[in-house]
Design a protein around this ligand. Sequence first.
Ligand SMILES: [Zn+2]
Ligand SMILES: [Zn+2]
Length: 90
Amino acid sequence: MSAAQASRSVEEVWAHAAMAEEDKHLEEKDWRQTIRATCPNCQAPLATNAKFCPECGAKLKVELHCTECGTLLAPNAKFCPECGTKTGVK
Ligand SMILES: [Zn+2]
Ligand SMILES: [Zn+2]
């Protein structure tokens, strides 16, 4: 995944999700991670592993949890250490 794709907007995620039911499940996982990675200060959409908001510079404490089992993941984990689910980290 490129940086441009990782920072796609919430609207784009949902527009894409509406296109195919088969893709929707996967996109909803992206959606949840996108919500977690929204700036608490200005609500700018952030890359899932962003440490600072690119819009307002707010320091971010981003905690990633496995979408399947809820395990707290390392910020750069690509797969859940508990169940092997892909985390969406690019
Ligand atoms: Zn911000
Ligand atoms: Zn898991």
